[in-house]
Write a protein that binds this ligand. Structure first.
Ligand code: ATR
Length: 299
């Protein structure tokens, strides 16, 4: 037998991690987590699982019986999985969605590392959201995470602007059950009427896919008029959305959603293994994977 067909990197001591979603084949998470394992020379492997909604309870029970140490959870299971958990972290509870499960002897504990991921992204950028005025565009899953982050990090004021006002109102009410943050809701077409804001966070899908020519902020003078310091777009395909391009042309700092993608994975690793990931590792990971991602996406 030739030595080069022996693969000893997965062996009897390997720790299994994974992601459950349906569909899951598009997920970038296996590449991120297996790259972290390679970088840190850890004996772990991260694999995709695709239970259907009606199979979710058995999937979680089976994973627990197998003592799978950590799982990520993606669409459509982020809300429904909560009823199969032993406990849920407060930030995740405030938006009623988890994306990370940690094995404990009593059952899985749920977290939402999208909330931590966006916090790390802004921190890394050097932006402290405490006491800042924040405009959040959209009221879907990404917006829930960004709003919970802004509330838990003690933003001074949050505006949630959405096309469907009732969804923004629901989000405000859920967050205010856990945090007494000052939150106003408005229609996304009315953003010109708000006070100055320090940061704009786009969590709509405007700018993505077949909406790539759209922007949630039509008024190109908005950024200067409202004295905006930073525009963060949760989208990273295209790398620079129309919103980011126009903000940049107006002289405002911009950041896309790739950092949030990487940092939510880093936060999951920190939860699973109870240790901080150092800046060198996270910077190297971000640089390496952004080059890989951009090289393989059809922008
Ligand atoms: P995600 O989980 O990525 O946040 P989502 O839950 O589908 O995605 O949310 C998409 C967000 O983009 C919603 O806030 C949606 O507004 P509605 O709640 O009114 O649907 C917003 N959105 C999508 N297309 C839009 C458009 N053409 N104009 C304005 N808002 C739009």
């Amino acid at each position: 037998m030739e030595n080069n067909i022996i693969n000893a990197s997965v062996n009897g001591k390997t720790t299994v991690l994974g992601i459950i979603g349906c569909p899951v084949t598009h997920s970038f998470s296996p590449i991120i987590h297996n790259t972290i394992a390679n970088m840190n020379k850890e004996n772990t492997v991260y694999v995709p699982f695709e239970p259907k909604p009606e199979e979710l309870s058995e999937a979680v029970e089976g994973a627990f019986a197998l003592k799978i140490k950590g799982l990520n959870v993606t669409v459509p299971h982020k809300v429904n999985v909560m009823k199969y958990l032993y406990d849920v972290d407060k930030k995740a509870l405030s938006i009623g969605a988890v994306n990370t499960l940690k094995y404990t002897e009593k059952g899985y504990v749920g977290y939402n590392t999208d909330i931590i991921g966006v916090k790390y992204s802004l921190e890394k950028y050097g932006f402290d959201i405490k006491n800042k005025k924040v405009l959040i565009l959209g009221a879907g899953g990404a917006s829930n995470a960004c709003t919970a982050m802004a509330a838990s990090e003690e933003a001074k004021k949050i505006y949630i602007a959405n096309r469907t006002l009732s969804k923004a109102q629901n989000l405000k009410e859920n967050i205010n059950k856990y945090y007494d943050t000052d939150i106003d809701v408005l229609n996304i077409s009315d953003t010109d009427n708000i006070d100055n804001v320090d940061i704009v966070i786009n969590c709509t899908t405007m700018g993505f896919g077949d909406k790539k020519d759209q922007t949630p902020i039509e008024n190109k003078n908005f950024f200067k008029e409202k004295n905006v310091q930073l525009v963060f777009d949760a989208i990273y395909t295209p790398w620079e959305t129309r919103l980011l391009k126009e903000a940049s042309q107006a002289g405002v700092n911009t950041l896309n959603g790739f950092d949030m993608l990487i940092y939510q994975a880093i936060a999951a690793q920190e939860i699973w293994f109870d240790k901080k990931i150092d800046t060198f590792t996270s910077d190297t990971l971000k640089n390496t994977l952004s080059q890989y991602y951009r090289g393989n996406s059809n922008e």
